[in-house]
Design a protein. Structure first.
Length: 133
């Protein structure tokens, strides 16, 4: 049996771990993110892999959009975590500032935001974000 090349490859969140040991375990339901940063990384990977179901599952129900469509023309290239505040395994809230580099319509672009997360019933959820220049 051959291993799926996506699962054997390094994780697209650039953690340095294999996808199966990093974001893959969250995407397939085998584990829950223990920190806000882990959830942020797994959500970035879900955008790369066009995993709408995972994004919906990890979006807080109070702020989740009713419809979510991803643009397959966006080529996500790199994730840079700039800072975190709280968001640890014992916290109930946290923030992660990051830059996500991508190409769209042949142009290089950067998505820069600070995402806000809450932890309820031992699960982290994405709440909302402040876009940064």
């Amino acid at each position: 049996m051959t291993e799926n090349p996506i699962t054997a490859a390094p994780c697209v969140c650039l953690s340095g771990e294999a996808y199966t040991d990093c974001c893959g375990r969250f995407h397939n339901g085998g584990a829950e993110a223990a920190t806000a940063e882990q959830l942020m990384r797994s959500r970035y990977s879900a955008f790369v892999l066009l995993d709408v179901e995972y994004l919906r599952k990890t979006w807080h129900p109070d702020t989740a959009p009713s419809d979510l469509e991803l643009d397959p023309a966006m080529e996500w290239r790199r994730l840079d975590i700039l800072s975190t505040s709280r968001g640890g395994p014992l916290d109930s809230e946290g923030t992660v500032e990051f830059k996500a580099h991508y190409r769209h319509d042949g142009e290089r672009r950067v998505h820069h935001e600070t995402s806000r997360f809450v932890r309820e019933n031992r699960r982290w959820y994405y709440v909302d974000a402040v876009m940064l220049a």
